[in-house]
Design a protein around this ligand. Structure first.
Ligand code: LLP
Length: 864
């Protein structure tokens, strides 16, 4: 490139500590710089951090560590070793390392003046950038080196800025300046490298930008140059909808506006320093966060040009939050009360984060990342505050923040989130005035394990619109390659056969017995479980009952009707293999069950009191409500105060007394808290809790932990982690070996074995929405209408090679909820008479069907 290159388009690339500490990473940096220059015709400015760990060492030295000399020696050695690795002569850093050593003997070292500290701290970037320039040059890149201190000027101090931050946490001037730009443009090479983190102080010395300063340096350069883009290259793929360490289901956020990104960076995500966003926002320079190890990923783009997508984008957690609660009597009458209070925070150098106020109380939070909140500072603050009000310090707290545009208009979707917080002690709720965040402050210990639950609730409620592919990218688990894929469903291999079956009339359910057997055997292989029952309410087709009975399963029934059905289908079945677990059933059903000799479960004291003769001298199982419900939808959660099922824990003793008086023995203890529960630990915990009660009762032989295991209905879902489930059960079984362990799943055994075959009746477009009508409706399969349940839908008649279009898939019933799915991808050519398959309909399909609107019941077929 000629000296005065006419090119004045710039791209700024920033690389952090881990990206500059290894040889292959420098190869990547070189490649990326060259690629960007070539593909965009721009000039490229590379901004780098110090090698990883170096700034920490320099901080210790600047703080006057006793072993500073040894630390400097180690730093010298480390950098020389890196030169060796890069096959560069040691002379490359000769002068720089000498300068580092000389700082120890500098006249200012003894007093550790702030300007000296700044110089010490800045050495890391000067070293790493010099190494990089030499290495890339050696590899044929014309990379010019620049001292950032000749280009970034610290702004004059702010009125309240401490001398420390005037030197070690400065902001820089970033407003465009033509003279500056001209000087910069005159740099001889097309590719340039410089340091992050350092700038020039007004006195000509070194100033430091503070932690995360390299991002901010890149942003300043981007703004000053009017760059077309600032790329922050790091060792993570970008910003996520939650910290992937806590929430493996967190989504990569592929596009954010500056304000949302700012909020996410401020409230938790560590990948981008929050200070770096404003310069780019003001100058209109787009930013991107990209992964040096996985450059093929989309990363996170941050700009101001995308149409806003309302909804929660991220949930974050900050620990170590300090709450200061100040109680003052009738304080609103006191003019200047708040001024006095905040004056004291200022005096102790504390900046306040959240504020909540009432007539006699003001509570504020202090964020440890913005403040030095050690016990000394807090004690001094309390002492001062107690002169004007009653002070209470609440520590340690966690702040859980939902971030997203239009938070206020989302409140109606947050009911599950509120309910989840409702179970914790919430100290404070704060909604930001920019309508971008909603924060809950709770005790730190209560926050453990909460994020995955809240994240799932945000998605389920639609508050986090993960279907917006412009904003939400892949899940962390997919990126990390830890997703266990769903297997290929059996029906894909049976297309011709299914089409033939459909000829005999639709809608019809088809059940594949080999799939039922495979699931049964997977459960039978789990050794901690002693007894298995199949909850026949999921699907009571005789062939399925026979199959599962033959696989060694007992049967669980909820009504006299189900009991009669079971003994009709399997006349020789021993009643010892049958459970009766009714809910609010009439007396006659209990009588019938006792007459049949099956195991009866009771879940309330009132039944014993009302019908003592019925329950006298019996052996019973007791169903307990462990105080919470879980499951894929509110309507299938069967625990907690809102649920009609189970005896509350507080009444177990009362039940035992009532039973003892009747001479009745409790031989089994049962709980089933919901259906479609995704956390494998759910059953382990239940088993442990039930064992506690069983020990107290003394007569219990069997603990039944219910059903509820999920299946992967959509591509988003992973198969249930049976191994983790079994491991958890084995662990609790080892602690409570005295009890036999029983399960009673329904869905897990049969859902994937069944499909619903249905025929397309009409394809209609109405005001931009295309609808496919089916001859099956909510009367055939009610799950989508009742629980918003997802079932995959495919056009069996037209497979492969078709352009896709989005359709709403609906039925023929006169109800607006008669919808199987919205915006489903189907062949654009989908037409009347096509045979469609609704997948995973083997559980709670036919058994919940009705003749509503006088439509016929579906038919059923069995495949061997
Ligand atoms: N045990 C008891 C006491 C139950 O109430 C149930 C289901 C089960 C076992 C079997 O649960 P599973 O393993 O299938 O999750 N119609 C809803 C499901 C309702 C479940 C009712 N009770 C659905 O289609 O999702």
């Amino acid at each position: 490139m000629p000296v005065s290159s006419p090119v004045d388009r710039w791209i700024v690339l920033k690389f952090g500590g881990t990206s500059v500490s290894r040889r292959h990473r420098w190869d990547t940096i070189g490649k990326l710089a060259k690629k960007r220059a070539e593909e965009t015709g721009s000039r490229v400015l590379v901004v780098v951090s110090a090698l990883s760990g170096v700034t920490n060492e320099l901080t210790a030295i600047a703080d006057g560590a006793a072993d500073s000399r040894a630390r400097v020696a180690a730093l010298v050695e480390r950098h020389q070793a890196f030169l060796d690795e890069l096959e560069l002569p040691r002379a490359v850093l000769g002068e720089r390392l000498a300068a580092l050593q000389a700082l120890l003997d500098d006249a200012r070292a003894a007093a550790r003046t702030l300007d000296w500290q700044a110089e010490v701290l800045g050495q890391g970037e000067l070293l790493s950038s010099s190494i990089g320039a030499a290495y890339l040059h050696q590899n044929g890149l014309d990379m010019g080196w620049m001292d950032a201190r000749q280009w970034l000027d610290a702004l004059p101090p702010l009125p309240n800025q401490s001398p420390w931050s005037q030197r070690l946490s400065v902001n820089c001037q970033w407003k465009s300046d033509e003279a500056w730009a001209q000087r910069f443009r005159a740099q001889p090479t097309r590719l340039l490298i410089t340091q992050g983190f350092i700038a020039r102080h007004a006195d000509g010395g070194t100033a430091i930008l503070g932690r995360g300063g390299s991002d901010t340096s890149a942003a300043y350069f981007g703004a000053l140059l009017g760059a077309s883009r600032v790329e922050i290259w790091t060792d993570v793929p970008g910003m996520f909808s939650a910290n992937p360490k806590d929430v493996p289901d967190a989504r990569l956020l592929t596009r954010l506006d500056y304000y949302e990104a700012q909020e996410i960076a401020t409230t938790g995500a560590k990948v981008l320093h929050p200070r770096s966003i404003k310069p780019c926002r003001d100058a209109g320079v787009p930013m991107a966060i990209l992964d040096t190890e996985r450059p093929e990923l989309p990363g996170t783009s941050i700009d101001g040009s995308a149409a806003p997508v309302p909804g929660v984008k991220a949930i974050s957690r900050r620990n170590g939050i300090v709450l200061v609660s100040m109680e003052g009597i009738g304080m609103w009458q006191q003019v200047g009360f708040l001024a006095d209070v905040f004056g004291l925070f200022k005096k102790h150098g504390l900046s306040v984060d959240l504020i909540g106020s009432a007539e006699t109380n003001v509570t504020v939070s202090l964020d440890p990342s913005e403040n030095l909140v050690n016990t000394d500072v807090l004690a001094a603050l309390s002492a001062d505050l107690s002169q004007i009000c009653k002070v209470k310090i609440i520590v340690p707290c966690a702040a859980i923040t939902l971030v997203g545009r239009g938070m206020r208009s989302l409140l109606h979707k947050l009911s599950d989130v509120w309910a989840t917080f409702g179970r914790e002690r919430v100290h404070m709720i704060s909604q930001s005035s920019n309508d971008l965040n909603l924060t809950f402050v709770i005790d730190e210990t209560d926050a453990d394990g909460l994020l995955p639950i809240l994240h799932a609730e945000l998605i389920d409620s639609g508050a986090m619109p993960v279907e917006e592919t412009a904003v939400f990218g892949p899940r962390w688990r997919e990126i990390a390659g830890t997703v266990r894929p769903r297997g290929t469903p059996w029906w894909r291999g049976q297309r011709a056969h299914l089409l033939q079956l459909a000829e005999a009339g639709t809608p019809r359910y088809v059940y594949h017995l080999p799939t039922v057997r495979a699931r049964a055997r997977a459960l039978a292989a789990i050794t901690p479980i002693d007894q298995r029952y199949y909850a026949i309410k999921a699907n009571s087709h005789p062939a399925i009952l026979e199959t599962l009975e033959a696989e060694g399963f007992g049967l669980e029934c909820v009504s006299h009707g189900e009991l009669k059905h079971v003994f009709n289908v399997l006349p020789g079945l021993s009643p010892r293999r049958v459970l009766f677990t009714p809910s609010f059933c009439p007396r006659e059903e209990f009588e019938a069950a006792f007459a049949l000799g099956v195991t009866v479960t009771v879940d309330n004291v009132e039944a014993l009191q009302r019908w003592p003769d019925l329950f006298r001298n019996r052996e019973l199982w007791l169903r307990v409500d462990l105080g919470r419900g879980e499951g894929h939808h509110a309507k299938v959660r069967t625990g907690g105060k809102e649920s009609k099922f189970g005896l509350p824990m507080a009444r177990v003793d009362e039940f035992v007394r009532a039973a003892t008086e009747l001479g009745t023995t409790i031989v089994g203890l049962h709980a089933h808290l919901g259906s479609g529960v995704e956390t494998a630990q759910h059953w382990r915990l239940m088993c442990d809790e039930l064992a506690g009660f069983a020990r107290r009762i003394g007569t219990v032989q069997t603990i039944d932990i219910g059903g509820g295991m999920p299946i992967p209905y959509s591509e988003e879902d992973e198969p249930f982690d049976l191994e983790a489930w079994a491991e958890g059960l084995a662990e609790v079984k080892a602690v409570h070996p005295a009890f036999r362990l029983a399960i009673e799943p329904g869905r897990y055994l049969v859902a994937e074995s069944g499909v619903l075959l249905t025929r397309c009746t009409q394809v209609v477009e109405k005001e931009g929405v295309r609808r496919v009508g089916l001859d099956a409706g909510m009367n055939t399969l009610i799950r989508p209408a009742l629980y918003d349940a997802w079932h995959d839908i495919e056009n069996l008649s037209r497979q492969g090679g078709y352009a896709e279009a989005a359709f709403d898939v609906v039925g023929p019933i006169c109800e607006s909820s008669d919808v199987f799915g919205k915006r489903r991808k189907l062949p654009a050519s989908t037409a009347p008479d096509d045979v469609m398959v609704v997948a995973d309909a083997g559980a709670y399909g036919y058994v919940m069907a009705s003749t509503y609107n006088q439509r016929a019941m579906p038919r059923e077929d069995i495949l061997e």
